[in-house]
Design a protein. Structure first.
Length: 560
């Protein structure tokens, strides 16, 4: 409701007694300090006129207005894209060096913690279970098994590439037992480590093999399992050919509408049992693409084919009949669930809507679904607000699986969850997919999660796919400059990020796309052809396709 300049001036007035022109000059200095471009022009804009990363910078500017000795940053990068997250982390490091303020950095992203902090406290069920330097916790084997469980290092070949969650859901604060760690660990074999709060020494007594079961070849075993089931030989379950979706955006009742190409000529195919990861910054069109694949958003150009047949028109009887085979998992489970209806009833709704099984057998089917996603029978009668975030997401997934779909589109399904809960949900999705041969489109801006679950990855930028390849190829040797920036921006615990590419600025306004390659204003390798000609997606070897004049030219030179 208030312009951002007024909000910063208010803090300056309350804490430092500045008013009028001095307050405005100081507010503009703070906006420049946190990297808001064209601060004078944007001083009188409202928060909704800024991107998510810029709003986070504005919050930091407001916090710095009082010249604090201590800055408490509570999950400052959780909802941000990898490239914007890297900018904010660098900003916090720079401001700390310039102002000398102390910082408490609260986060469940251990990669971000390892880049920003000197000391780390690991909390569990309201207590600190370990404290030490970043070097002790991340750059060598951590003594605490719980600390090791929440580390996510996809490059560590001594353990599986995924995060390794403890079984169970952790200790709820109101019923937290004296042996805090054991309910989640379940490794005690009937013995307790201690009746006191666990220390790092107590927790560290358990061998790492119990926490990290042998699994370095999990991806290879998964590929073999798909081959044994014959998925690779099957024809594509869903195909998209040159999809286009344009929104008409108008600012004001009588203003002229501006077309925004949310999806601009995307083609892809997905086989049964295969997972396609879709990554990119906010506003790149990932969610719109997911809704178009399900027929929720109308296709304005191109075609979607499911099982070889064109997608029926929205809300027709044919489309409704097809809905049982295609399901959507939303980002916010609390918004996706009806707060007035019990979990069991909501999980069973698809069975009633599509009349899949007799009514007398629905309760048994709901119990099977709850067990499959790790929900207890006593939670059946609970309402959404009575479950944790991870449990609500499990309920949403159970509801999506009720109709035994062939295609599952997951739109940021774990972005709001803690690392250990993320790992539980992702591992559960992968297991259910392998058991049932479900094709899955996994949309996320968290590249570490995508690397863990996806077979192939499509990288989107302003409505187009700029690179597509297998997960291992994308993350080991990205070729497109944008893909390189995304991959190198991801902070990894225990690894110093050298030579990383941090993009400056925000993605261009989709309503005013740059000419030629949309990425060229932020690309260090841009050439004249990039500013004039839109690059087309083409094969560049190693099963990879990319839309880049520079990469295509280098690939052609190598082939010649």
């Amino acid at each position: 409701m208030l312009r951002i300049g007024r909000q910063i001036v208010e803090a300056l007035s309350l804490h430092r007694g500045l008013r009028g022109d001095p307050a405005r000059r100081e507010a503009l200095r703070l906006l420049d300090m946190v990297g808001i471009p064209d601060a004078r022009r944007r001083f009188d804009l409202y928060p909704h006129e800024f991107s998510g990363g810029q709003c986070q910078r504005l919050m930091i500017a407001m916090a710095l207005a009082g010249e604090p000795d201590l800055l408490i940053a509570d999950e400052p990068t959780t909802a941000l894209d990898a490239t914007i997250q890297a900018q904010i982390l660098d900003l916090l490091i720079q401001l700390r060096a310039e102002t000398g303020m102390a910082t408490v950095f609260i986060s469940h992203d251990l990669g971000a913690v390892s880049q920003v902090c000197e000391r780390v406290c690991v909390m569990y069920a309201g207590r600190i279970v370990e404290e030490g330097s970043v070097a002790q916790l991340f750059f060598r084997a951590a003594p605490s098994l719980y600390a090791r469980s929440i580390r996510r290092d996809p490059e560590d070949r001594r353990s599986p590439p995924a995060a390794h969650p403890y079984p169970g859901h952790g200790s709820e604060p109101e019923t937290s037992p004296r042996r805090l760690f054991l309910p989640a660990a379940l490794f005690s074999r009937g013995r307790s480590l201690s009746r006191r709060a666990p220390s790092a020494r107590h927790i560290g007594r358990w061998p790492a093999a119990r926490l990290f079961p042998a699994g370095a070849g999990k991806r290879a075993r998964r590929a073999k399992n798909q081959s044994d089931r014959g998925y690779a030989a099957m024809t594509a379950l869903i195909e998209a050919d040159n999809l286009v979706r344009i929104y008409q955006i108008r600012r004001g009742l009588f203003a002229q509408a501006h077309p925004v190409r949310a999806v601009d000529g995307i083609s892809l195919a997905l086989k049964p049992g295969e997972t396609l990861g879709v990554v990119g910054e906010s506003g790149s069109g990932k969610s719109t693409l997911g809704r178009m694949l399900l027929g929720i958003d109308a296709v304005q150009g191109g075609e979607v084919r499911f099982e070889g047949k064109p997608m029926p028109q929205l809300k027709t009887p044919e489309w409704r009949a097809l809905r049982a085979k295609m399901q959507f998992v939303y980002q916010d489970p609390l918004a996706a669930l009806d707060r007035r209806v019990t979990i069991a009833r909501q999980i069973g709704e698809p069975l009633e809507i599509h009349k899949l099984i007799p009514k007398q057998h629905q309760e048994t089917r709901v119990a099977e679904l709850m067990a499959a996603v790790g929900l207890r029978p006593d939670q059946a009668g609970r309402y959404p607000h009575e479950l944790s975030g991870g449990q609500r997401q499990r309920a949403v997934i159970a509801r999506a699986l009720a109709a035994r779909p062939k295609l599952l589109v997951c739109d940021e399904p774990v972005s709001a969850l803690d690392v250990s809960i993320q790992a539980q949900v992702v591992n559960m999705l992968r297991d259910l997919q392998e058991q049932n041969g479900i094709a899955m489109v996994f949309i996320s801006h968290d590249l570490k999660v995508v690397r863990n679950i996806a077979d192939r990855v499509a990288v989107m930028y302003l409505g187009r796919i700029v690179e597509e390849a297998s997960s291992d190829v994308i993350f080991h040797s990205p070729q497109h400059p944008y893909t390189k920036a995304l991959v190198s921006s991801v902070p990894v615990p225990g690894k110093i990020l050298e030579g990383r590419v941090i993009l400056q600025g925000e993605p261009p306004n989709p309503a005013n796309r740059p000419s030629g390659c949309a990425f060229h204003p932020r690309c260090a390798l841009a050439q004249d052809v990039c500013r004039a000609v839109v690059p087309q997606l083409r094969p560049i070897g190693n099963g990879r396709t990319a839309a880049c004049h520079v990469v295509a030219g280098e690939a052609a030179a190598i082939a010649a």
